[in-house]
Every structure is written in structure tokens, then in C-alpha cells.
Ligand binder design. Structure first.
Ligand SMILES: [Zn+2]
Length: 152
């Protein structure tokens, strides 16, 4: 190996050393970020899986029954609080899709269902009749958040 070749090699390896630290640091940072994204993804999948399992077995006497009941109670409370918000906002839920609609809206802005106008004189009469309507939330395991699209 000639002197020039050796010199060239040592210059290359020196600049490699200099760049190496920065490369390692950014490599670690990138990996940590990737790990966090993956962890979030797994967490989300666990949550969706848990929801699917809950929906499928909530009325069964499974070993997780106690946990199911806690979830059911929490969902009921959420439902009640959401109704309170609707009352405070003088709004209501579409009986068809469960989306919030103003008291004066004739049709649902989401699904187009006829809501019927709440007439002032009809106070006390339950013209909205939305007590039993709950928004149906479908769990779609296939649908991935956009952030994780690169992992698929
Ligand atoms: Zn609707």
C-alpha cells in the first residue's frame, strides 16, 4: 500500500470517527423514536383487542367479569355525563346515529335522519325520544392510524 493510499485511508477513517459519534447518537434517537411509535401501536392494538373482547363477552360469566362490570359502569357514567352536556347545550342526539344535533335542527347533519322540530308548546313531552340511542362505535382492527402506516 502506497503512502498516498495509507494517507487517504487514515483521512477516511478519521472522518469516520468524527461522524461516528453523531451517527450513533442520531441512530439511538431514531431507534428510541421508532420504539416509542411501535409501543404506541401495540398499546392501541391491545386496547382495540380488549374492546372487541369486551363487546363479545360482556354479558357472559367470564373470569374478567369484574373488570367488565367496571368498564360498563364507566361507560354508563360517560353516557350520563354526555347527556348532561347535551342538556346544558340545549342539544340532543340523533336517534339514528347518535351524533349531536341542535334542538332546532330538523335533520341530522351526519346521517340526514329526520329529527323533528322540538315545538315550544310540546314541553315536557319527549319529542326527541333519544333516551335509548347510543352512538355505536365500531371497532375496526384493520384501520391503522396514519402515523403507523410506514410499519405496515
Ligand atoms: Zn344522525
Amino acid at each position: 500500500m502506497s503512502f498516498i493510499d495509507k494517507l487517504g485511508d487514515s483521512i477516511v477513517s478519521m472522518s469516520k470517527d468524527v461522524g461516528q459519534k453523531a451517527k450513533e447518537a442520531s441512530g439511538i434517537a431514531k431507534l428510541k423514536l421508532d420504539i416509542r411509535i411501535k409501543q404506541e401501536y401495540v398499546k392501541e392494538q391491545y386496547a382495540q383487542l380488549g374492546k372487541v373482547y369486551y363487546e363479545a363477552h360482556k354479558n357472559e360469566d367470564v373470569p374478567e367479569k369484574q373488570r367488565f362490570d367496571k368498564i360498563s359502569d364507566a361507560l354508563d357514567e360517560i353516557d350520563k355525563m354526555e347527556l348532561q352536556i347535551l342538556e346544558l347545550k340545549r342539544a340532543r342526539r340523533c336517534p339514528n346515529c347518535g351524533v349531536e344535533a341542535s334542538e332546532t335542527a330538523e335533520f341530522c347533519s351526519n346521517c340526514g335522519a329526520k329529527l323533528g322540530v322540538v315545538v315550544g308548546e310540546a314541553k315536557g313531552e319527549d319529542v326527541t325520544n333519544n333516551e335509548d340511542s347510543h352512538p355505536t362505535e365500531d371497532v375496526e382492527l384493520e384501520e391503522e392510524p396514519d402515523d403507523n402506516s410506514e410499519w405496515l
